[in-house]
Each structure stands twice: as C-alpha cells, then as structure tokens.
Design a binder for this molecule. Sequence first.
Ligand SMILES: *Cc1c(COP(=O)(O)O)cnc(C)c1O
Length: 396
Amino acid sequence: MSIPLLPETFAQIPRYKILYSNPSPIHPLASISPPRVSPHHPLITIHAKREDHSSPLACAGNKYRKLEYIVPDILSQTPLYHSHENNPTPPGPLQGAATTLVTEGAIQSNHTVQVVALARKLGLQALILLHRGTGGGLAAASNKEAFQRSGNVQINHLLGADVRVCEYGDPLARDATPLLDELREAGQNPYWIPGGASLHPLGGLGYARAAFEIAAQEEELGLGGSRRFDYIFVACGSGSTVGGLVAGFKLLEKIKGLDVSKTNGETRKLVGILNSPTKPREYHEKRVLAFARRAGELIGLDGERDIRVEDVRLDDRFVGTAYGVLDGESKQALETMARTEGMVLDPVYTTKVARGMMHWVNKGEVAGSDKPLEQVNVLFIHTGGQAALGAYADVI
Ligand SMILES: *Cc1c(COP(=O)(O)O)cnc(C)c1O
C-alpha cells in the first residue's frame, strides 16, 4: 500500500528507508474492546498499531521512524546537525561523513539499541552513554547486576556497541562534548543523536509521516462511526513521537480545508500518556509543542499559527512512582494484554499507555459526548521496547 496525499513540500524531504515497505500493521484488540450493545452497534472499537513490527532492524520500535529522516544528514559529506545540543559553539561542519553514531539513554533504553543497529547497518561505529541515574528501573530491580547486563544492554553488546555507563551526577550526562572531542582526537567523526532523537531538528518528521500512514490505513480498515480513529493513545517520553503526530494530523486537516488555527476543527484526538513523574506535565507540553511546530514548519504548516498549545494533549495520571517502574495497576494492564490478546507490552512505556487507555475507555472518557450512539474508534500505538522485559524478571 502506498501512502497517499504526502504533499510536495513534505514528500521532497530526504528520507532513508529503515522501515519495511508496508506500513506497520493495525489490528483489532477484540478481547479488551468493551461489550457491544448489539453486534451492529459496537460503541467502542480498539485497534493496535504495531510499531514494534515496523523494521527488520533489531527489535523494531518507534525510533527507527525518526532516524529515517536523520540518516541523510548522517551520510552527508557536510552534516549539519552532528554536535551536542548543549554545546554553545558547535565546531562547524564535519570534514567528511560521520564514522561513529553517539547517543544516550537510560540503562534499559530502547532508543540506544535502535541507533546502534542502524549504525551497524550503515557500516558505522556506535558509542552509547547509559545513565544509571535516569529513572527508577535500576533502583527497583532486586538484582541490579542482572539489570545492567540483560535486556537491551545485552542486545547493545551483541550489536557491538561501545557501551559507557555514567554514574549519577556525571557531567557527561549534561554535556557529552568532552566525549565527542575524545573521539575526534582518536580520528573519528562522531555524530551526536540526542536522547530519543527528539531534540534533533529533524526528529519530528518520522511521526508526521506516520500520521499520513495511519490516515491511509483508516481508509482500508473500513471503520464504522466517523470512519477514523477518534482517539489515539501513544507514549510520551522525549516527546517527538507525539509532536510529530500532532504536526502530521494538523497537515492532514489543513489539506482537507479545515481551519487548523482553530482547535475545534480537529478530527482525531491524540493523547500522549506520560510515563515519568520526574518533570511536570507543563514541561512536556512545551517540548511537544516545540517539536510539533518545528516539524510543522518543515512539512508546510505555519508552526505558530497552525499548531497551538491546545493541540497538545498529555495525560499525567498514569506516571506511577518513577520512570521505568511498574505500579500495581500498570502491571495488571501488562498481564491483561498478554493474557487476553496474547500481546506483549514493554515495561516502561506501552504498559502505562495501555493502562491509561483502558482507564479512558472504561470510565467513559472516550465517549462521544455530542452523539452518544455513535461508534468511537480507539487506536493504541505499540511503540516497541519488549526487549527490556528481560531485565524486569521481577514484574511477573
Ligand atoms: C522512546 C520510546 C517511547 C517514547 O517516544 P518519544 O518519542 O521519546 O516520546 C515510547 N515507547 C517506546 C517503547 C520507546 O522506546
């Protein structure tokens, strides 16, 4: 299936294919969809979009989509965006293409695996910084040694990454410039990719494109009711997955002739489920808005006018006690999905999204208020990350 509608401005942005040619599948989650009033009138349908099946590279997952738009810069002889975002005086364009991808994340980061797998596929080296101080997964693990060797850490080693572990408070966690300098002195050309690829200027484009993919799949699915997904639930971590989707859906509305500077024109409600209590919701809203506007500008929207703070809908009720730690209700959602749908979630992001989505569904928060008998279609985006489960032997 080809993706229709990508307007010229968007279609001409260079992209390097990392995903499968087919869109990641969307399938119904029949067992967790609430009981029907009658077979002809399902009130709420729930589907899953499988970003954990999006790419042939290690473990799939949502970062590959973002990286598709970053690779052309990585492979360029004069990369534009290779330096650390906190470095006030970027050292100017690299001489020649990058030789080493460098990035960072929590100990069980999925993002780092995706960057490393991409590096190997491109024939590049990979160095990753894993932060002991990020989140509570390590602190909560009963076997801390195993937590730091298994799951995604094991896969990073398997892929041949240079893995550096940062202690809590390590200055490298704030600014990796000394590390990049070290690599340059050793004759390499490092290319820095910020955590989750969200602060990268091109980081939001992948999910803006995903919005068009979802729109094309909606047509094929033959949904009832509005024939669209009325609610879309997705994890919000570093923020450019939600930000990119906001921009993409806005552009779709603009193409349809809706006045997108007014939020009441919106047709799909995108809900970003936060997974960490470390920073307040407002912090994430600001970031997501900035990512949405930046992607929006690149694909043909007027960032400031077309994308407003009201377009960013984040829910912080399901963050639990810490990033990377499962509370009782989330654990229950993980089990329910596994034992009714046979679908395995990840312990850091998608489990909390599933919990949040089930809350919205079961408490009637997705009910169509204006037309109560209209079918409501819900989409859960599975962003991947199951490889981390191996490090969470205690959760079940
Ligand atoms: C990184 C990640 C997310 C969050 O995506 P952001 O773009 O960082 O908000 C969600 N789910 C999984 C499995 C991830 O690895």
